[in-house]
Design a protein. Structure first.
Length: 180
């Protein structure tokens, strides 16, 4: 199964680069290939955004299902999601991250895009991941253990002294309850 998941990740990453119109963006593609998305989503079956404020249940809990350009709920009843991969890929592609840079990630959730950033900056770089929601920050800390260049900070960025960074990636959103 592991080799098959790696194949799914490679296809997903390549498809993301095609979707955003940057098929030659190797560093970003490799980052998406390297990070196991299912690790950051919890156990399935997952809730998937219907893009109208609600969710539908995933038809399976197979990890292969996570390698699609869809939004998974992290805390469905509060409208907190993992984010649309193609939107993040588009945004990340504009940052031109250089290996060894220090990155500040605001709105880390469970750490998936933090891990992508960590892959891009490499082991000599650093990523400080800020997450307001305590349960998500705890999950991010656990999920990011294999990326030692990451540090998770829980709390409001408005109350914290933020570190200097070469790159700031903010994708925190308002916490809205889904429509009923």
């Amino acid at each position: 199964m592991t080799d098959q998941l790696a194949d799914y990740r490679r296809y997903y990453a390549k498809l993301l680069m095609q979707t955003i119109g940057k098929p030659d963006e190797r560093a970003l593609q490799q980052a998406f290939e390297s990070v196991p998305r299912e690790l950051f989503l919890g156990s399935g079956p997952w809730k998937i955004s219907d893009l109208r404020g609600g969710y539908v249940d995933a038809p399976t809990n197979n990890a292969e299902f996570t390698y699609q350009n869809i939004i998974f709920a992290l805390i469905a009843d509060r409208g907190i999601n993992n984010g649309l991969p193609s939107l993040h890929a588009t945004n990340l592609s504009t940052l031109t991250i250089v290996r060894g840079e220090s990155i500040l990630h605001i709105g880390a959730g469970t750490g998936y895009y933090t891990a992508v950033l960590a892959e891009m900056t490499g082991p000599d770089g650093s990523v400080v991941a800020c997450e307001y929601e305590p349960t998500l920050a705890t999950q991010a800390e656990r999920n990011l253990q294999q990326w030692p260049q990451t540090t998770v900070v829980q709390g409001s960025v408005f109350d914290a002294t933020l570190p200097k960074a070469d790159v700031i990636y903010a994708n925190a959103g308002p916490m809205l309850a889904p429509r009923k």
